[in-house]
Design a protein around this ligand. Structure first.
Ligand code: IMP
Length: 432
C-alpha cells in the first residue's frame, strides 16, 4: 500500500495528465485501467510538449513501471506508433507492461464507430471515432479479441472469422462499407504481435504483488466521472468506467487495496461531444475559457464547450468515487474574470436540485443557480504556496472545498510541473 486512484471529476480534460505526471515520480507503478486512445494527455517537461494517448504518464520516470491494465481497449497501431515516438524522443518504453487480457480495437470497430455516428445525424454522441464503443460492445457480448489471442495464430484466426460473419454483414448491408477478410487482419495483427510480445504479461498479479510489498501504485483514470457508462450522462458517455470502482475491475485489484481517491476538477468546466451541460456558456465568457484556457482536444483537436464550475457535479463525483481529495486545475485561467460564478444548485420546473437529478430530463433542462464571488484579476501563475494566492483566490478554493465536502489538496496554476500548490496530498518519504 498505498494504492491511489487519480481520476477526472467532471467530463474529462480536467488536466489529469499534468497531475499524473507530477505525482508519478513518487510511485513504483502507474496503471491505466480503462479507455483507450480516446484519451489524450499533454505533458509539458521543460520546453518539451509530449502527447500521450495510451501509455501511462509514468513512462517519463525511470523508477516507474507503466502498466496498461485489462480494462483498457487497445488500437495496436496507435500503441506501436506511440512507443516509437517516445523512443525517438529518448524516452525508453522498455518497462511498459500490457495486460494479456486487454481487448483489441479492430479495424471494423473504427469503421462502425464512425458509421454509427454518421447515421445518428443530429443525435450523434460526438465520439472520438477511435472504435472505443464498438470494442467494448464486443467485449461485453463476448465477441472481442484480447492481447493474448495474438499469440495463438489458430485461435486468433478462428475468433476473427467468427466476428467477421456479423461485422461484414453490418458493414456491407447496413452501412454499404467495404468488408474485411481473415487473411488481411491476421497478416496485419501478426506484425503487431511480434512487436508487442515483450511487453505482455498478466498484470493483475503484478500489481497485487506490488501492493503487498508496499510499493506505491497510481491508478490513472482517463475521461471523467460524468462520462462513465453507468454514472455519467448516458448515452452521452464513453463505454467504460472512469470512476474509482473501474480501477479495481480494470486493473484486477480488490477495492480494499485502494487507499486514496484523488479527483481532478478544473476551476471551470468543459466537455467535448454532445450531451447536457447545465453551466455551458455561449457568450464571451465561454470564449475566454476556450481561448485563454486553450480548450481544444488533445486527441481530436475539437473545440471544447465551456462553462462555470459546477459544484453539484463535483459533489456527485465525491459520492460515486468516494473521493478523499480534490485537485483544482487551471485556477490561473480565472484571473481573467472580475467576478466568478459557482453553480451550487439546479432549478427545473418548480424543483431545486442540490444533487445531480436522478432523471435525465431534469438534468437536460437544469437551469444553474449561481453564487458569485469576487475575482482577483492578477497573475497567479507564479504562486507556489496557498498563502501566495490573493485572498479572493483563497476564498474561492475554500468555498469549493466547503461545497464538495473534501479538502483541495493540490492546485494547479499553470501547465508546468512546478506551477502547482501542494496542500497536503500524500507525498512519499522515500527513506521509508
Ligand atoms: P468515445 O469514448 O470515443 O466513445 O466518445 C464518447 C464520449 O466521450 C464523447 O462525448 C467524447 O467526446 C468523450 N470523450 C472520450 N474521451 C474523452 C477524453 O479523453 N476527454 C474528454 N472527453 C472524452
Amino acid at each position: 500500500m498505498p494504492g491511489v486512484v487519480l481520476l477526472g471529476a467532471q467530463w474529462g480534460d480536467e488536466g489529469k495528465g499534468k497531475i499524473t505526471d507530477l505525482l508519478s515520480r513518487d510511485y513504483d507503478y502507474v496503471a491505466r485501467f480503462q479507455g483507450g486512445n480516446n484519451a489524450g494527455h499533454t505533458v509539458i517537461v521543460g520546453d518539451r510538449k509530449l502527447q500521450l494517448h495510451l501509455i501511462p504518464s509514468g513512462i517519463m520516470y525511470d523508477n516507474v513501471t507503466p502498466v496498461i491494465g485489462n480494462g483498457c481497449v487497445l488500437d495496436l497501431k496507435v500503441l506501436i506508433d506511440e512507443i516509437d515516438r517516445l523512443e525517438s524522443e529518448g524516452i525508453s518504453c522498455e518497462r511498459l507492461v500490457i495486460s494479456s487480457n486487454a481487448h483489441l480495437i479492430m479495424p471494423y470497430h473504427r469503421d462502425l464507430d464512425a458509421a454509427s455516428e454518421h447515421r445518428l445525424g443530429a443525435n450523434l454522441i460526438g465520439t472520438t471515432k477511435r472504435g472505443i464503443g464498438p470494442a467494448y460492445s464486443d467485449k461485453v457480448s463476448r465477441m472481442g479479441l484480447r492481447m493474448q489471442d495474438l499469440f495463438d495464430r489458430s485461435i486468433f484466426r478462428e475468433k476473427v472469422a467468427a466476428a467477421l460473419i456479423e461485422k461484414n454483414d453490418i458493414l456491407a448491408k447496413v452501412y454499404g462499407l467495404p468488408t474485411y477478410t481473415v487473411d488481411d487482419i491476421a497478416t496485419e495483427y501478426q506484425q503487431y504481435a511480434q512487436r508487442l510480445k515483450p511487453y505482455i504479461a498478466d498484470t493483475s498479479p503484478l500489481i497485487n504483488d506490488a501492493l503487498d510489498k508496499d510499493d506505491w501504485v497510481l491508478f490513472e483514470g482517463a475521461q471523467g466521472t460524468l462520462l462513465d457508462i453507468d454514472h455519467g450522462t448516458y448515452p452521452f458517455v464513453t463505454s467504460s468506467n472512469p470512476t474509482a470502482g473501474g480501477a479495481a475491475v480494470g486493473a484486477g485489484v480488490g477495492p480494499t487495496k485502494i487507499n486514496r481517491v484523488l479527483g481532478i476538477a478544473k476551476a471551470y468546466i468543459t466537455r467535448v461531444g454532445s450531451g447536457p451541460f447545465p453551466t455551458e456558456l455561449s457568450c464571451a465568457d465561454g470564449d475566454t475559457f476556450i481561448e485563454v484556457g486553450r480548450e481544444y482536444g488533445t486527441t481530436t483537436g475539437r473545440r471544447r464547450r465551456a462553462g462555470w464550475y459546477d459544484a453539484v457535479i463535483t459533489k456527485y463525483a465525491v459520492q460515486v468515487n468516494g473521493l478523499t481529495d480534490l485537485c483544482i486545475t487551471k485556477l490561473d485561467i480565472l484571473s481573467e474574470f472580475p467576478t466568478i460564478k459557482i453553480c451550487v444548485a439546479y432549478k427545473h420546473l418548480d424543483q431545486t436540485y442540490t444533487t445531480v437529478p436522478g432523471h435525465q430530463s431534469a438534468f437536460h433542462h437544469a437551469q444553474p443557480v449561481y453564487e458569485e464571488m469576487p475575482g482577483w484579476n492578477v497573475d497567479i501563475s507564479g504562486c507556489r504556496h496557498f498563502d501566495d494566492l490573493p485572498p479572493a483566490a483563497q476564498a474561492y478554493i475554500k468555498r469549493l472545498e466547503e461545497l464538495a465536502g473534501v479538502p483541495v489538496t493540490m492546485i494547479a496554476v499553470g501547465p508546468d510541473r512546478e506551477q502547482t500548490i501542494h496542500r497536503g496530498f500524500l507525498q512519499r518519504n522515500r527513506s521509508n
